[in-house]
Design a protein around this ligand. Sequence first.
Ligand code: GUN
Ligand code: ZN
Length: 447
Amino acid sequence: MAIHSDRTSEPSVQAYRASVLHFTDDPAVNDRAYAWFEDGLLIVRDGKVLQVGDYHQHKTGIPDGTVIQDYRGKMIIPGFIDTHVHYPQTDMIASPAPGLLPWLETYTFPTEQRFSDLSHCREVAHFFIGELLRCGTTTAMVYCTVHPESVQAFFEASEARNLRMVAGKIMMDRNCPPYLQDTAERGARETDDLIRTWHQRGRQLVAITPRFAPTSTPAQLQLAGELAQAYPDVYLQTHAAENTDELAWVQALFPAARSYMDVYDQYGLLRPRAMYGHCIWLNDHDRTRMAQTGSSIAICPTSNLFLGSGLFDFQGADQHRLALSFGTDVGGGTSFSMLQTMNEAYKVARLGGSYLPALRMFYLATLGGARSMALEGVIGHFALGAEADFIVLDLQATPVLARRTARAGSLEELLFSLALLGDDRSVLATYAAGRQVHSRDASPAQP
Ligand code: GUN
Ligand code: ZN
């Protein structure tokens, strides 16, 4: 494809020397869940992982003539995966409102109205993707708006950088301003068209995206369920059980449902590759059904604290072995950084009587996301042949981080200091499919 033709002139093998960390399992259930090479080597060929391991053991695997990029003193990990974020809300991040529903009315809907204009979509998508890459996020599950143009613009921007991204057109046919409403049929038809155009085109993947139960009629949820059945390898994303006012609203709109999650269950929307944002106010029956159906949860702590939605129950989720990952939920979330998201997740867990080790948080932000998306072996860790999406973390990015990391007595302490003190400044470089797509220290004109 023409947009990638510049890569053909690059050497096909690259080698990177740094401390290297990646996960092979969830540290909550396996105490040998990660591989850590203090003096490590990552070799990439044609955008895929060729070798990973200890530098001295693996250096003989470097083909003659390959330049080794020397990142000693830095840490390479897989790119972060943000499993719940709204690109059209970029410009309304940090908008004050007393809770989810007034925030949607006052800021979100008017902001999303502008995405009927393709050039606006393109401008915001470009900025948004740049922001993800600056923060070390190489894959995200992205909500666009009700306008198909918003999805087109997002995928064009993602494809131009050869990123692996999931995105979907919001379906919303009631309880929103008329300027943002589709109909059940139109929402399904436009989603179907987007699936045919974009799903599996290069690294792009599509998600069926009913916004949340209150803004879809039963007819729309029915058609979303039919699409989900027709395309089992397509993703599905929505919001669930985020806020108690929302819960009462869902009960009034769907009086026959036994719970909020039961609404989605009744329309066949619980399944593998289904990503439910928030899931704060679940009951055990909901968790059982999510586990039985292979549905996943995107935990969004900065948003939940900002909007006062509640505290995610880690113990409840772990008792059911649910597939978990982290979302920023920008613009409800207050940061694009997955490190800042870990920072708040840690405190949410503490307030709920749980404890989240840093090792687990880094798992949730990488392999946990990939597993939830059925992309294990493709992204999220350095499996041989996996797509080489990775980041270089600077342990000395700020004076206080440098002091704290210098005194870290273990890998856990090192990661913990990064999670609590790190942000976009800690991301020295971001690579997607083996190609550098962000350099912190380059001039602003860089990608
Ligand atoms: N519920 C329905 N829409 C939204 C949204 O845009 N953000 C959040 N956080 N929750 C929602
Ligand atoms: Zn959201």
